[in-house]
Design a protein around this ligand. Structure first.
Ligand SMILES: [Zn+2]
Length: 300
């Protein structure tokens, strides 16, 4: 495969990058990928990266867990329990943050767990999901049409009160085009919710190249708070709130300890996750700094 090399920083357009970290794809290809950091704004991204037309093969793994719902092993069982709990928390957040509770678009809706729970909570829901298998499962679960991409003509002239991207933006090739699309399709007082891993969290710094949430080459970007704020501003958004995600440190810890030592260590994962959450409960700027973060964006 011929990888695609970005010559400009997707956030600030600078052409000056420094090597940051070489990370192995532990899930599918076992190949190594380079993460670079922009010399001007510090934005970290996987470069070079598989092109959009070919990245599908890096998702072909029985273990690619977010598309599956059978509890096959310890990790999947924990993952499923946590998912049900965190899904409800996400819906509570939407209910609190969005003034007009009407229609909701979930970009990258996976197997549809979030959308089906949101629908039950009274939202009028729509989703997009590029993986056809997940899309079919999601469509059955939710009972609404799920589209392959946001580029579908269905979305022309549609505006949403809430748009959610739960661990999705880091997978999107056309980053700036996507943010422009989101701005166009968010209602004037709507809210955009973006959850992404946090490479400045304590667990990221502890596990370094073994930190599972680098998840190269599927994760194309590794957003810091500063980068997210800069990207938001560039597209007419303001980051209004940054919220912690407490369970990600444990899940990421389970995978990361396995990548580091070759076997899963529950005690070590629990210890690392707890340490990361404790340190990440509040950072110097007053916002959390946990393993993953939820950004709530509004229009400026
Ligand atoms: Zn930059």
């Amino acid at each position: 495969m011929i990888l695609e090399t970005l010559t400009r920083c997707p956030v600030c357009q600078s052409a000056q990058f420094d090597d940051f970290l070489k990370v192995k794809d532990h899930t599918v290809s076992q190949a190594e990928f380079q993460i670079v950091a922009c010399g001007v704004c510090g934005f970290k991204f996987t470069n070079p990266r598989p092109p959009a037309e070919e990245i599908g093969q890096y998702y072909e793994s029985a273990e690619y867990i977010s598309h599956h719902d059978e509890a096959r092993d310890l990790m999947s069982t924990i993952y499923n329990k946590v998912r049900d709990h965190t899904t409800q928390q996400k819906i509570n957040l939407l209910d609190r943050a969005v003034e007009k509770k009407d229609n909701l678009l979930d970009v990258g809706s996976g197997a549809g767990f979030f959308l089906s729970q949101a629908k039950a909570a009274g939202w009028q829901v729509t989703g997009t999901e590029p993986n056809s298998q997940a899309r079919d499962i999601g469509q059955n679960r939710v009972g609404e049409d799920i589209y392959e991409t946001i580029e579908d003509s269905f979305f022309a002239n549609k505006k949403y009160d809430a748009i959610t991207m739960w661990h999705v933006l880091e997978h999107v090739h056309r980053l700036n085009e996507t943010l422009a699309w989101l701005h166009e399709h968010l209602a004037p007082k709507g809210k955009l919710f973006i959850a992404v891993p946090n490479p400045e969290s304590d667990d990221a710094q502890a596990f370094k190249e073994n930190w599972a949430a680098y998840d190269v080459p599927r994760h194309l970007y590794h957003f810091s708070k500063k980068s997210m704020q800069q990207l938001a501003k560039k597209h007419g958004f303001l980051v209004q709130e940054i919220l912690p995600m407490w369970f990600d440190a444990y899940y990421v810890g389970l995978l990361s300890t396995r990548y580091q030592s070759g076997k899963t260590s529950l005690p070590q994962s629990v210890w690392r996750g707890t340490a990361s959450n404790w340190k990440g409960r509040k950072s110097a700027d007053g916002s959390p700094n946990t393993s993953s973060l939820i950004y709530v964006l509004g229009k400026t």
